[in-house]
Design a protein around this ligand. Sequence first.
Ligand code: CDP
Length: 233
Amino acid sequence: MNSHKPLITIAIDGYSSSGKSSMARQLAKNIGYRYIDSGAMYRAVALYAMRHGMILPDMSVDTNAIIEALPNIHIDFAVNGSSQTTLLNGEDVESDIRTMAVSECVSPVAAIPAVRHALVAMQQRMGVEKGIVMDGRDIGTTVFPDAEMKVFVTASPQTRAQRRVAELIEKGVAASFEEVLSNVINRDHIDETRSESPLRRADDAHLLDNSTMSIESQNQWLLDVYNNTIGHL
Ligand code: CDP
């Protein structure tokens, strides 16, 4: 696969439900790289907080309790054939972290600076050997600012909400378009306005608006960017 090509770091950032995880995963598979979904790590911390009563009924978060609990939260990924499973303290939480309940509280949890410091440090350790595709909100700006390839993905909020509803329905999770759209818009807002590493495009990131693109053409676009990047090293 990549035996004669230099190993690089690939950072894929963008808005919620922009399809960046699917394209990042597919690229990693095509080029034989490791794929890490950094959002799954924030979701796992949010799930832990939810289960331990650290999310209050009005959806505000008990910041101090979460910070104190951080040493007890261990996140790992298990590779299962072509799929990847998120482990929270050894438990497979892959489906539990994808629920609307977690989507509702993940962005406030991810805005806590101590949570970000802990997860960013873990993500940087995962990437020391390169040969990695990581997707998230701050990968090209904070986690791997020196990544050789950076991409920033966006699409209209309506398109993103439609895609997320279809994905949830496929998983058997009931969700209305209005509920998902308002969650997408709300998370965009929290992610863009938080003080610690807010969501923004790195100056050297390739921009992709995939609102009207098919999955095949966006995968091809990403592979072309990769080949182009490698060709210029
Ligand atoms: O739902 P979607 O796949 O778009 O989001 P995700 O990638 O699973 O991330 C869930 C949430 O985690 C985001 O809305 C952010 O609040 C947070 N996140 C972050 O702050 N930094 C990252 N690198 C990744 C996710």
